[in-house]
Design a protein around this ligand. Structure first.
Ligand code: AMP
Length: 398
């Protein structure tokens, strides 16, 4: 039996999953948070025969190296045995692969230098991903470690789609272009959609709407990403929980000049205090929908701005693809919000898009069609599984 350990390390967190690859089933998963703070929290879930058992503790976790010790101790105490289910490879989520990495890559010292070199493009993510890799290499020294990049799936974008219309030399020198993110999810979901529909991936034009706390849209033509809404960083595009998505770049200059906001303040404003939160005071879509339903005007406006932007991208990508076969909702909001799915695609019957209200409202989990039988475009909900995709890709290169 071959198992893969999938690791996603943030600046103060470590998320992991141990996946048995023959049946592609999760053996255990966990989340260690508040690394580096006085008390860290540890959650370890053992999945046995469909039954989950979760164990929680709090203890100080100094850094990522300590986090791996805590993780291994959780496996020893609660199972499953890491001797019997020894990972054959450790797969790491790495956010930014720049122009260099467009395939899952076995980690070497040179690869680590390159990931570090890309940190100026993803200062919040790449250094933390790298800390996680280094700590994991100490904890599992005898297996290969593979980096799987969030940007990789979008390496197929054409120059027309990835170039910003600014001074070309300046852009080139500073690596300014669209990279796109959530690639692991867009790849997984577009492939799962083709499999679910029983259609060859190569024949399918798909729009994937990954609507989580972060959100992005992707136009996928025959399995290749041809456009995506996130750009140089994960700030561009759709309205998100706390991120603004698209805005006139002159807003920054204006706020700098008029309101005296410096670059760090602008960065914080757009990444942490905007989006649903900025518009309504609530960053979680569940709260926004509830408040809007109860008559809160700001929440209703936040929802409308969110839906307006989403519809805008759907229309743009139908045009870019020259028509679409499937529109797919995924991630926290996409998989769960009946209201967002219904309202974002309302009024598009002339484009061949009709949602069936009953199918849309069904509490069924798993991949499913929510469009009517006579809708020319099939609309689906397909749960994403980035960990499984990282595990598959990691296994494929070792
Ligand atoms: P993710 O980043 O994919 O984990 O998605 C997290 C987001 O999903 C949260 O910000 C929630 O707002 C959203 N979410 C989860 N369940 C629901 C729901 N039933 N309705 C609306 N949004 C939801």
């Amino acid at each position: 039996m071959s198992a893969v350990l999938v690791v996603n390390s943030g600046s103060s967190s470590l998320k992991y999953q141990l996946i048995e690859m023959e049946g592609e089933s999760v053996l255990a998963s966990g989340l260690i948070e508040r690394i580096g703070e006085q008390t860290g929290s540890v959650k370890h879930t053992v999945t046995a025969g469909g039954d989950d058992e979760t164990f929680r503790t709090t203890e100080p976790v100094a850094d990522h190296t300590a986090a791996f010790r805590v993780m291994i101790a959780a496996f020893e105490q609660h199972g499953p045995s890491l001797q019997e289910n020894a990972p054959v490879v450790v797969g790491h989520r790495v956010v930014h692969g720049g122009k260099r990495f467009f395939e899952p890559t076995v980690v070497t010292d040179l690869v680590k230098i390159n990931i570090e070199d890309l940190s100026d493009l993803a200062p919040l993510h790449n250094p933390a991903n790298l800390d996680g890799i280094t700590a994991a290499q100490k904890a599992f020294p005898n297996v290969p470690h593979v980096a799987v990049f969030d940007t990789a799936f979008h390496s197929t974008l054409s120059p027309a789609a990835f170039s910003y219309a600014i001074d070309a030399e300046l852009a080139e020198k500073n690596r300014v272009r669209r990279y796109g993110f959530h690639g692991t999810s867009h790849k997984f979901v577009s492939e799962a959609t083709a499999a679910f529909l029983g259609r060859p991936l190569g024949d399918l034009k798909t729009i994937v709407l990954h609507l989580g706390n972060g959100a992005s849209a992707c136009a996928v033509d025959g399995g290749r990403s041809v456009d995506t809404s996130m750009g140089l960083t994960p700030l561009e595009g759709l309205v998100m929980g706390t991120r603004s998505g698209d805005l006139d770049p002159a807003v920054l200059v204006h706020l700098h000049r008029k309101a005296g906001l410096g670059f760090d303040e602008l960065d914080t404003l757009l990444n942490r205090r905007s989006g649903l939160l900025g518009l309504s005071g609530r960053g979680d879509m569940r709260d926004v929908v509830e408040a809007a339903g109860a008559g809160d005007d700001r929440a209703e406006l936040a929802l409308e701005v969110y839906l307006h932007r989403l519809k805008h991208y759907v229309g743009a990508y139908i045009a870019e693809l020259g028509g679409v076969d499937a529109i797919v909702f995924t991630a926290g909001v996409g998989e769960n919000s009946v209201v967002v799915r219904e309202r974002s695609l309302a009024g598009l019957e002339r484009l061949g898009i009709s949602i069936d209200p009953e199918r849309n409202a069904s509490a069924e989990r798993g991949a499913r069609v929510i469009s009517t039988d006579d809708s020319a475009v099939t609309v689906l909900v397909v749960p994403t599984n980035e960990e499984l995709e990282i595990a598959r890709q990691s296994l494929s290169v070792v």
